[in-house]
Design a protein around this ligand. Structure first.
Ligand code: OOG
Ligand code: NI
Length: 416
């Protein structure tokens, strides 16, 4: 039998092969990432693996997908449960700057041993079609009707996912079928895109068009993990690949690596086919998929995150040295101030790696890949979402990330 973690590893690897075929620049990014990681490991043999073994980091990816309805999100939850991935955290991008009409969660393993085996995670966004600041009543109605007609996840795929979740794995032929079908769902569809409909949605939001303007879903990006993101950024730039202008998240500084640093580049235009009102089909292109890379550090407690937010507002790039003067300069300090999470096995303290996402970085990542910002009209947001509302939609607990880190720390015998 192929156990759930084996299914997850195979799924992540299969998506990576598929995405490499679809977006060749992704393969370049993975190659450069592996070179940076090998060099970093050679230069820092004692410390390079403190935030995860090199085997884990080499296989580690996060994907991003976007769906249109609550029922699609429920199917996603059933599908990912078959890979041992559960919803963690709530991200409201509707109120971000600029606003994006989605709410999001991340599906990932929640057990430390499972994370160590393969931490594959997928940032998953759902379109908020009832949000009047983006969609008037007429557009909402047509959008929901369009979305109701599509069927993203074959029944046989969801049945295999439920069996895997119930039995803790699948026999070999079923395991192969499950990963192949799951991977195929996230391939870029070759169905012609209704150009008038796509353009109408694009006027409201490029993300809305990417979700509700097409008949399928697809991986938006697949992100490898790098041990030195500044080095990676420099090497990609030296290769002539235009990166976004900055690294999102905490600045480069001499203190401990915390949370998550990410950067991205825009993928080249991809060929898509478009259906015109007269029924003819023409070739065209869309630019919606991109490349992203990330570095991970220590998970911060709520007070650590509050200080992170405060400093990011005041001095985003540490240009005025605010981080140097205000942020805990060592893991000892983080621990003493109760701002970071650690484990304490056999009296040895080790940092707990951050396994989640950052709302403001996510907004920045969305933004960096849009040609223009969405201007939300003033008005009511419609449905108000939070972690509980999202849990009701997916029909499962949406885990609170702080709670998961706190429990992990507590179980290791550390301070509660
Ligand atoms: C998701 C953007 C957020 C991240 O790493 O913060 C994200 C998307 O573009 O669908 O992937
Ligand atoms: Ni991402």
């Amino acid at each position: 039998m192929a156990e759930i973690h084996e299914l997850r590893s195979r799924f992540a690897a299969a998506l990576s092969r598929m995405y490499g075929r679809e977006v060749p620049a992704y393969t370049t990014l993975v190659d450069v990432t592996e070179q940076v990681n090998a060099d970093f490991l050679a230069a820092h043999p004692a410390s390079a693996e403190r935030f995860g073994s090199i085997a884990r980091v080499t296989a580690e990816r996060h994907g991003a997908i976007r769906v249109g309805t609550a029922s699609e999100l429920r199917d996603v939850a059933d599908l990912f449960a078959g890979f041992g991935m559960y919803p963690v955290g709530f991200y409201d991008l509707c109120d971000a700057t600029p606003p994006v009409p989605v709410v999001s969660t991340a599906f990932r393993p929640i057990d430390p041993a499972e994370l160590a085996r393969n931490p594959f995670r997928v940032f998953t966004s759902m379109l908020t079609t009832a949000d009047r600041r983006f969609f008037d009543a007429d557009l909402q109605q047509r959008l929901e009707a369009f979305l109701a007609r599509r069927h993203l996840f074959p029944d046989v795929l969801l049945a295999l996912a439920r069996r895997a979740a119930d039995d803790g794995g699948l026999d070999e032929p079923q395991a192969q079928r499950f990963t192949a079908l799951a991977t195929a769902v996230f391939e870029l569809s070759r169905e012609p895109v209704d150009r008038a409909w796509y353009r109408e949605l694009e006027q409201v939001s490029a993300v809305a068009a990417d979700i509700g303007g097409v008949s399928g879903t697809h991986v938006n990006h697949l992100t490898p993990r790098v041990l030195d993101i500044d080095d990676l950024y420099a090497r990609m730039t030296a290769r002539g690949i235009a990166m976004i202008d900055r690294i999102q998240g905490p600045p480069r500084w001499a203190g401990p690596a915390v949370l998550l640093r990410q950067t991205s580049f825009r993928a080249l235009a991809e060929a898509r086919r478009f259906a015109l009102p007269d029924g003819s089909v023409v070739d065209g292109e869309l630019r919606v998929r991109f490349g992203e890379v990330e570095a991970r550090g220590i998970a911060l407690t709520p007070s650590g995150c509050a200080l992170y937010d405060e400093l990011l507002d005041a001095d985003p790039a540490n240009a005025h040295g605010l981080w140097d003067s205000r942020f805990p300069a060592s893991e000892d300090e983080l621990e003493k101030l109760g701002m970071g999470y650690f484990t304490y096995h056999d009296g040895v303290r080790a940092p707990i790696v951050y396994e989640d996402f950052l709302p403001r970085s996510a907004a920045g990542i969305f933004r960096s890949n849009l040609d223009r910002d969405t201007a939300a009209a003033p008005g009511e947001a419609g449905t108000v979402y939070d972690l509980g509302a999202l849990a009701a939609i997916v029909g499962r607990e949406v885990h609170d990330p702080y709670e998961l880190y706190r429990r992990q720390q507590q179980r290791s015998g550390g301070p509660p």
